[in-house]
Design a protein around this ligand. Structure first.
Ligand code: I6G
Length: 667
């Protein structure tokens, strides 16, 4: 091989990395897309002709490689904490006064940054080379997503530093901007695949792809906001300088970062960002203030879950006015009719909203929403669009009430479509690529009548459809075939028994062990299951009493769908013998879910604390039970500890050691 090929390949790598940095990090490209493609194609050609020229940090390696089977758990070198929140000016002022008092200063110097609504990740650079990327997970343990993160061009594979630290952990947020999000959803629609509800879900879904080629096709980007663990190097003295260092090292840092002196300047930054929020081009849900001096940060230290030197001041959910163009009903998988307002498109918190559910006839009447009304819309929990209220003084004289129908034409067909969509959904049989639009089309064209028919679709029938090429059809059939190997809880959830959610499906499977035993169970036996009351027991019993449903399950089996029996719960379940008390409000899961999941791993959930209690889980605003637990010296877990326990019940003892608050106050 001529020497010049090696030199040319090295030069091309350098040039492409430079232009990636200009385009993806600085947002300031120097060359046209066509000129960039020429460079990349030339490098690909050289590497194909001389494979020895290929390096692991070559930009050609960002296209994604082999599909993985799972995401390996990885322990973070230092826990990835969360941030305390402020929701009001008073909250923020209290934080500022607390910090000032502890530091013994009058005016605190902060770095202010935007809080992007994405997914927190940790990047590990070994001597300047990206060697690992992991999601935050529960803060202690995340999932390794290196192959996927390598496809993100805003993430340098090599740091632009002459003498890189021996080890450097960088933390930040992976997200999609508004243009990237809209483009992705457009593409999903074109392919008949599910669109994403918001950029955060899209980013999370894109990063959690086992096939990194799919991640490579998604327009993800990243901003970095902190240095985590490091070795062989002292970071600069202030957070602001750390961010500048990261920027100089080739990483993307929020362009909105600013140093502010004192509370008044901090609040002015908040106001400025709140005003600019709608035009930034990416979703932010607040601003983050960090005490700037790293020495001061060290003096302040951290509480159980969050540093004492930082706070996220959240924005109130964004509200926008728009017009109700129409109201109609949507048929759910159980046949229930839900009124839906069709809205003039409006961007709320970075997402275009065109529909808002009105839940049921009562809610429709209570809010008195009429066709033609001007309404205020927000995204509940910043996700699901909802109508907050009607702007009554702008109600047009032509506004008309909507009469909820008892039934709609084609209701049975709409219901069948919804039940198949549910059956194929990620938490049920998980048939990847079977978007809602395809299900609608298959049912409309009479290719399928129910979910069992999916397993009899053929390549010939699919390629005959417009817009479904042979490759997509083959992939879809492979995904359908792969879903045959499933689990009893997934099946129980997927068949869509009224009010049987994932948690109940799990507990049913745990308690009965096989579908046959659930089918034969009486209402009284079903009611013995934790989480199953008389109404749900009745739904389950009624479902299996219908010959049509039993026949459907038999057809699934004949088609090769297989769900191994689970072992009915035994005394050696990981938490068998444990008694757990839940108190206070949990943020990431409901009390019912927590109960069902604890019971599924063998724990008994009790409502009162005694010496025999194994652990008390303390949520927000916990009252006397937390006090009693301290008095009785019963171990106390916070919510993060509960999540860790549910994720790995076999590691219960070490989780208790790690998370239990152990009555620090009492000891
Ligand atoms: O979740 C976060 C978003 C933004 C952060 C964060 C941040 O800084 C701009 N900083 C820290 C230290 C943490 N979470 C824990």
């Amino acid at each position: 091989m001529p020497e010049s090929d090696a030199a040319r390949a090295a030069r091309l790598r350098q040039l492409i990395n430079h232009h990636d940095h200009r385009y993806y990090v600085l947002d300031d490209p120097e060359i046209s897309d066509a000129a960039y493609d020429d460079l990349l194609n030339e490098l690909k050609g050289l590497e194909a002709a001389h494979p020895v020229l290929m390096t692991s940090d070559s930009p050609t390696q960002r296209v994604g490689g082999k599909a993985a089977h799972e995401f390996r758990p990885v322990q973070h070198p230092r826990p990835m904490l969360s941030l305390d929140n402020a929701f009001t000016v008073d909250d923020f002022m209290n934080f500022d006064r607390r910090v000032a008092t502890r530091l013994g200063v009058e005016v605190v110097s902060y770095t202010a940054e935007t809080k992007l609504d994405g997914l927190a990740v940790s990047l590990l650079y070994d001597a300047g080379v990206l060697v690992r990327a992991a999601t935050r997970g529960d803060g202690e343990t995340g999932e390794e997503v290196t192959d996927n993160v390598r496809t993100i061009r805003a993430v340098p594979l090599l740091l632009h530093v002459k003498q890189p630290p021996a080890l450097l952990e960088v933390r930040g947020e992976i997200y999609l901007d508004e243009i990237g999000f809209a483009a992705l959803n457009r593409r999903q629609l074109e392919r008949g695949e599910k669109t994403f509800a918001n950029p955060r879900n899209a980013a999370a879904g894109s990063l959690r792809q086992l096939d990194s080629k799919i991640t490579a096709s998604r327009p993800l980007t990243m901003v970095c906001y902190a240095i985590g663990a490091c070795d062989g190097w002292d970071p600069p003295d202030s957070h602001f300088e750390c961010l500048q260092w990261l920027r100089a090292a080739g990483l993307r840092v929020s362009p909105e970062t600013s140093r502010v002196q004192g509370a008044a300047a901090a609040l002015a930054y908040y106001e400025a960002m709140a005003t600019r929020r709608a035009t930034l081009g990416y979703a932010i849900d607040g601003v983050v203030y960090k005490v700037d001096s790293r020495d001061a940060q060290a003096m302040l230290g951290q509480a159980a879950k969050a540093p004492r030197w930082a706070i996220a001041f959240k924005f109130p959910p964004e509200e926008r006015a728009t017009r109700v163009l129409d109201i109609d009903v949507q048929v759910g998988r159980t046949g229930a009719l839900t009124p839906v307002a069709r809205l003039a498109p409006v961007v709320v918190g970075g997402v275009t909203v065109t529909n808002a559910t009105l839940h049921n006839a009562d809610e429709l009447a209570r809010k008195d929403v009429r066709i033609g009304d001007l309404v205020i819309v927000r995204r509940a929990g910043d996700v699901i669009p909802e109508i907050v209220r009607v702007v009554l003084d702008q109600r047009p004289s032509t506004a008309t009430r909507y009469g909820m129908p008892d039934a709609v034409p084609d209701q049975a067909r709409a219901q069948r479509i919804q039940s198949i969509i549910h059956f194929a959904s990620r938490r049920a049989l998980d048939i990847e690529g079977l978007g809602d639009k395809w299900v609608e089309q298959f049912v409309t064209l009479d290719l399928i009548k129910d979910a069992a028919d999916l397993y009899h679709l053929t390549l010939e029938s699919l390629v005959a459809l417009e817009r479904l090429g042979e490759k997509s059809a083959t992939n879809l059939l492979a995904a359908i075939a792969a879903s045959k190997q499933t689990t009893l809880p997934r099946l129980l959830y997927g068949i869509g028994i009224k009010e049987v959610g994932e948690a109940t499906a799990h507990v049913l499977a745990e308690q009965f062990g096989s579908l046959e035993r659930i089918m034969q169970a009486s209402c009284a036996e079903l009611e013995q299951v934790p989480d199953v009351g008389p109404i749900v027991a009745n739904h389950i019993h009624a479902y299996f009493a219908l010959a049509e449903h039993r026949e459907f399950l038999a057809r699934l089996r004949i088609a090769g769908v297989h769900w191994p029996n689970t072992e009915p719960r035994k005394a050696d379940s990981p938490l068998a013998g444990w008694t757990v008390v839940l108190t206070g409000t949990l943020e990431s899961l409901t009390r019912d879910d927590a109960t069902a999941r604890l019971q599924a791993v063998g724990a008994k959930v009790s409502s009162s604390v005694s010496k025999k209690t194994s652990v008390v889980v303390v949520g927000i605003d916990a009252g006397s039970k937390a006090v009693k637990a301290r008095e009785l010296k019963v171990p106390i877990l916070d919510e993060a500890g509960l999540v860790a326990l549910l994720a790995k019940p076999l590691a219960a003892t070490s989780i208790l050691d790690r998370h239990a608050l152990r009555q620090a106050a009492a000891e």
